[in-house]
Design a protein around this ligand. Structure first.
Ligand SMILES: CC(C)(COP(=O)(O)OP(=O)(O)OC[C@H]1O[C@@H](n2cnc3c(N)ncnc32)[C@H](O)[C@@H]1OP(=O)(O)O)[C@@H](O)C(=O)NCCC(=O)NCCS
Length: 248
């Protein structure tokens, strides 16, 4: 449907009440989006698309919706893409209409990411490319009191960890940045972990790879053992490398 490169990473989470899954997809908007993409979007999604002027933003929107539908069909079986709507609430939070699944979406520097998961859980994701503009923004978002080394890479990682939390909380960055402050930050190899001062119930993991930082924030009670997130981040690295090597 979409020209390669696009890979899907399936992460199986062993929850207490039985197994559950979430599906992470990373894709590049510079890929050829199928000519029939309008047939894959619902009427409401097309209505929203018509209001988006920027070509880059249109591609991100279309690709985000298509990979979310593909992920949903991995989880629930065959679906008719046109019947599934991922719309944004007033806060901007994306919602898969009439579904037991929720989604978190992010785009930056040519990558679009979507994580589809069961609604009873809370996940937020963020991807940011390392650029001069983003480094300046990241320095603004993290205070000197926070336990994060003040170099460009770590500041970008901290930013993604915070934005991922803001999405897991469904509020976005409309609250003060203090709300998302980090109280603990550690790095082991290329994987960083954090706790949040004002949201101790959440945990964040991030990795920096191929000039992108990618972060996931989720509730601590979500029993995601270390070996799973190591696997998760390995997959992200593999997908990013594959997507970026094949991108224009
Ligand atoms: C959430 C937010 C930070 C995302 O910013 P962004 O630059 O668009 O970053 P991303 O590409 O990573 O994320 C975009 C996606 O976030 C999701 N999103 C937006 N608001 C959200 C919210 N309240 N909760 C959860 N997810 C949200 C959307 O799915 C969106 O993609 P879509 O429009 O295609 O559906 C932004 O919408 C926001 O809250 N802005 C507030 C003001 C601000 O920008 N401050 C300065 C930041 S340095």
């Amino acid at each position: 449907m979409i020209a390669s490169p696009m890979e899907v990473c399936c992460l199986h989470l062993p929850f207490n009440e039985g197994s559950a899954e979430c599906v992470l997809t990373l894709a590049s908007p510079w890929d050829v989006i199928p000519q029939n993409y309008e047939e894959l979007l619902s009427d409401k999604e097309l209505e929203r698309l018509r209001s988006i002027v920027s070509e880059k933003r249109r591609r991100e929107y279309v690709l985000g919706r298509i990979i979310t539908k593909n992920a949903l069909s991995t989880l629930v079986g065959k679906i008719k893409h046109q019947d599934v709507s991922t719309l944004n609430e007033t806060s901007g939070c994306p919602v898969i209409v009439n579904s037991d699944y929720a989604v978190s979406i992010s785009h930056s520097g040519g990558l679009v990411a979507s994580l589809v998961f069961e609604k009873r859980h809370s996940f937020g994701i963020d991807v940011e490319c390392i650029s001069e503009k983003n480094i300046r923004a990241a320095a603004h978002v993290t205070s000197e009191q926070e336990p994060v080394p003040r170099n460009p890479e770590h500041l970008i990682i901290a930013w993604t960890l915070k934005e991922a939390l803001s999405k897991a909380l469904k509020c976005g960055f409309y609250r003060s940045f203090d709300e998302f402050s980090l109280s603990w930050f550690a790095q082991s190899s290329k994987i960083c972990h954090c706790s949040y001062a004002n949201h101790p119930e959440f945990f964040g993991i991030a990795c920096l790879t191929c000039d992108y930082s990618f972060a996931v924030s989720y509730r601590r009670r979500t029993p995601l053992p270390k070996k799973y997130y190591a696997q998760f981040l390995d997959s992200i690295h593999r997908i990013q490398t594959s997507v970026l090597n094949n991108s224009v």
